[in-house]
Design a protein around this ligand. Structure first.
Ligand code: GMT
Length: 368
């Protein structure tokens, strides 16, 4: 197939899923055309069957807000025509879905190019429900030829909040368990807690600092904070206030988290909401058990007490207690981390999930 993929190409779970999906499809011989405003991170431009088409947004002084959605729609239709694309697959509804709908309309006199929208989370739970975006988000989802959601929980929320009646196919986040794998040996020294995110309020990064502060009352530990975003400075400040700053390293944005994760002992994900929790899955594949919150799609991934732990949002004591159990109980840590890898391999490996996307593409094309 010839597939056009659009996503947010910088840091963020939806862009990572879209990029990894494109790479996996290309590996299987499909032609993949990324139509984005920048080369997606994790994408090596020289990869066979992968093409990149930049969306340029010209800025005329009259425009207070450059119309990115229109530039994207134009580029999508141009690429669809020139490259004979079979379908467009957009990740994150706003504004990619509406741009794809316009591109489909522009292409209509020549041929029908269907589009699939994959819902990732904050496009529904935060941004999409904002009154200024609600009607257009609902409309563009309903206009999609196919809709996928990364978890059952997000599907349910989309139906409840937007009243969507179209079929929504659940296709979970995935991980390449050959790339994301345990370290042969972990480094000696203080045990490491790891958090990876875009440091947005929904991630509750300050909770990671508070958890470390609590954990250190019982056992030595360090915290690595990977990523960047608006809540990094408040977290740095909190670490100083609680006197744990010498045990916290802010690593900034990381291109190769598969090299970083296996060096940690526990993955912290104290989010307010998490439609799936890709970082938790990547941790599990590397035998780094997650201590996360019981929200959104996380219970579909993590079985509490079996392959990780789930506690209430904001319950620092409970989350810290789980971390202490894992750091001080070697047998427990070994049991939970091996179950975590098993979950990643048997339910969420690319070999199982990518064919679900391919089957879905075939279904949608057969319906045209
Ligand atoms: O975590 C974010 O806010 C980024 C966001 C995105 O769309 O880039 O992540 C969402 O998509 C990921 C990949 O599908 C999911 O694993 C995350 O759970 C989801 N984030 C939230 O729901 C907060």
């Amino acid at each position: 197939m010839r597939i056009g993929i659009t996503c947010y190409p910088t840091y963020g779970g939806s862009g990572i899923v879209a990029t990894e999906l494109g790479l996996e499809l290309a590996n299987r011989g499909h032609e993949v055309h990324f139509i984005t405003y920048a080369n997606p991170i994790r994408l090596d431009p020289g990869t066979k069957h992968i093409h990149y088409h930049e969306v340029e947004v010209s800025n005329y002084p009259l425009f207070q807000y450059p119309p990115y959605c229109l530039a994207l729609a134009s580029r999508m239709s141009e690429v669809a025509e020139a490259q004979q694309l079979d379908l467009l697959h957009v990740h994150y509804a706003i504004p990619h879905s509406i741009a794809a709908m316009l591109a489909r309309q522009m292409m209509a006199p020549i041929r029908r190019v269907p589009f699939i929208t994959t819902l990732h989370g904050t496009d529904i739970t935060l941004v999409g429900v904002d009154p200024s975006y609600f009607p257009i988000t609902k409309f563009s989802i309903e206009q999609s030829d196919g809709i996928t959601s990364i978890s059952q929980s997000l599907k349910q929320e989309t139906v409840e909040v937007f009243g969507i009646k179209n079929e929504i196919r659940v296709i979970n986040n995935f991980v390449n368990c050959r790339l994301y794998k345990p370290a042969e040996e972990r480094e000696a020294g203080e045990k490491v807690l790891l958090h990876i995110s875009n440091f947005r309020p929904v991630k509750r990064v300050n909770d990671c600092i508070r958890i470390l502060h609590e954990v250190r009352k019982h056992t030595p530990a360090r915290l690595w904070m990977a990523g960047d975003g608006p809540d990094r400075s408040p977290a740095e400040r909190l670490a100083r206030e609680l006197g744990v700053d010498q045990y916290v390293e802010f690593l900034g944005k990381q291109d190769h988290v598969e090299r970083l994760i296996p060096r940690a002992h526990v993955l912290l994900l104290p989010s307010e909401n998490e439609s799936f929790g890709l970082a938790a899955l990547e941790g599990m594949a590397c035998q780094v058990p997650p201590v996360a919150t019981r929200v959104g799609g996380l219970p579909e991934l993590v079985t509490h007490g079996v392959d990780g732990y789930l506690e209430a949002v904001g319950d620092i004591e409970a989350q810290a207690a789980r971390v202490v159990e894992l750091l001080t109980g070697d047998a427990l840590h070994a049991r939970i981390s091996s179950a975590a890898r098993n979950t990643a391999m048997t339910r969420f490996d690319t070999r199982l999930v990518i064919p679900q996307y391919i089957n879905y593409y075939e279904d949608i094309l057969a319906r045209q």
